[in-house]
Design a protein around this ligand. Structure first.
Ligand code: FES
Length: 167
């Protein structure tokens, strides 16, 4: 595979968390900014997992039950990718300029649309605004691995591997 690969290090995750922190800071880390914070987190990560919800609860000094309750009440928040595997494509400016559009087009030509899960339940394709790894553009997070300098073939290759191995 031509794309260079980074292990899902805490630093890589922190890059994305920094984007959420910008929103938290703008709202003074106040509890009433929960919805904005959830939007920012979903844009950065593609969906909201327990780890992210816990961090938001801690930062906003809210009970996790409250954060979880709000995240599940609104159907535009997604708590997990629906498929066995997740492919989150960054569509931020740097990644877009470096070819994220071509990656999305290749996935779509293969029947995989952003925001949807393949009919076989194997792969959910999501988009996120920026992972904070712009130096790796175009970047994607595939099953938690931050991958960079991807070509459409790199992404399609991994997706097809998931679908044939897990079928
Ligand atoms: S624009 Fe894609 S990682 Fe920043």
């Amino acid at each position: 595979m031509a794309g260079s690969r980074e292990r899902p290090s805490p630093a890589a995750r922190d890059n994305r968390w920094k984007l959420v922190e910008t929103t938290l800071r703008r709202h003074g880390h106040r509890a009433h900014s929960l919805i904005e914070a959830l939007h920012a987190a979903q844009e950065a990560y593609g969906y909201l997992d327990t780890d992210v919800l816990g961090r938001l609860a801690g930062d906003l000094r809210l009970p996790l039950s409250k954060v979880y309750g709000v995240a599940t009440f609104y159907n535009f928040f997604s708590l997990e990718p629906q498929g066995e595997h997740s492919c989150v494509i960054c569509t931020g400016t740097a990644c877009y300029i470096k070819g994220a559009g071509a990656i999305m087009a290749a996935l779509e030509a293969d029947g995989l649309k952003a925001g949807e899960t393949s009919a076989d339940g194997q792969v959910s394709v999501l988009t996120a605004r920026c992972f904070g790894s712009c130096g790796l553009a175009p970047a994607a997070v595939m099953d938690g691995d931050v991958l960079g300098r991807l070509t459409p073939d790199d992404v399609l290759g991994r997706v097809r591997q998931w679908r044939t191995h897990d079928a």
